[in-house]
Write a protein that binds this ligand. Structure first.
Ligand SMILES: Nc1ncnc2c1ncn2[C@@H]1O[C@H](COP(=O)(O)OP(=O)(O)O)[C@@H](O)[C@H]1O
Ligand SMILES: Nc1ccn([C@@H]2O[C@H](COP(=O)(O)OP(=O)(O)O)[C@@H](O)[C@H]2O)c(=O)n1
Length: 230
């Protein structure tokens, strides 16, 4: 069977990356976390003093954007791709609340999206890819053969992200802070001018509020098997 392109979009902290990773591993596809790329650019801005409080120095970022190197390398042990910023593994740094607080501001910028979408399209040019994000099925790969849109109750999503932060030794962030960040980012992501978060007309919708990781994975695998058996 020829390899296809699988796009998984949806709200923050639904479980998109988990589903995408699990499916990619099962079917031998490449997995790309497009959100990690926007987080890496945000980390660059923080580390290089482009933020002055809430204010982002757009002129400086536009000058730098073509020289900011964001790519993935396979972790030989976990067999999962990890994101590198200018050849440094930043997989841990990009998952902090400090980055989460600013990433939607950075990802709403047109020249940032243009650069990231170009890289994402390059990564998926040969198909055989599972990519998760906000605009994968609408902008990055509008012709993807399989498009999924994931949603879940915001309280469930906040709890899942809080549990994740706790496993990464963030013992400070509160449930309310996570919920506020999720709500803020979803609002910004849905209402920005540049490729907003929206369900592609031909996307299959999954509300995984009540599903385990295994159940969501099985749901996704069933859709993939059905499509590729046609
Ligand atoms: N169905 C699920 N039930 C419970 N926890 C989940 C489920 N799917 C994912 N998770 C957990 O929720 C957190 C966020 O999942 P993630 O895949 O990173 O979401 P997203 O990519 O949509 O932001 C992770 O810690 C993940 O292990
Ligand atoms: N394809 C994408 C992926 C992420 N993003 C932005 O990057 C942020 C972080 O994405 P993410 O997938 O890592 O976020 P979570 O869903 O893991 O919380 C999102 O809130 C969006 O603002 C985007 O604009 N387009």
């Amino acid at each position: 069977m020829k390899k296809i392109t699988i796009a998984i979009d949806g709200f923050s902290s639904c479980g998109k990356s988990t589903m995408a990773k699990d499916l990619a591993k099962k079917i031998g596809y490449i997995y790309i976390d497009s959100g990690a790329m926007y987080r890496a650019v945000t980390l660059y801005c923080i580390q290089n003093g482009l933020f002055d409080g809430e204010n982002l120095n757009l002129a400086e970022l536009e000058k730098a954007i073509h020289s900011i190197k964001v790519n993935f390398r396979l972790n030989e042990e976990t067999l999962l791709p990890e994101v590198y910023l200018n050849d440094k593994n930043v997989e841990k740094e990009i998952r902090t609340m400090e980055v989460a607080a600013k990433v939607s501001q950075v990802s709403a910028i047109g020249f940032v999206r243009k650069e990231m979408v170009y890289l994402q399209q390059q990564m998926g040019a040969e198909k055989g890819i599972v990519m998760d994000g906000r605009d994968i099925g609408t902008v990055v790969f509008p012709k993807a053969e399989l498009k999924i849109f994931v949603t879940a109750d915001p309280l469930v999503r906040a709890q899942r992200r809080l549990d994740e932060l706790r496993t990464k030794n963030d013992t400070k962030t509160t449930f309310d802070e996570v919920l506020e960040n999720i709500r803020q980012r979803d609002y910004i992501d849905q209402n920005r001018d540049e490729s907003p978060l929206k369900q592609a007309d031909d996307a299959l919708v999954l509300d995984n509020s009540e599903l385990t990781k295994e159940q969501q994975m099985q749901w996704l695998l069933d859709k993939f098997n059905f499509l590729t058996s046609q």
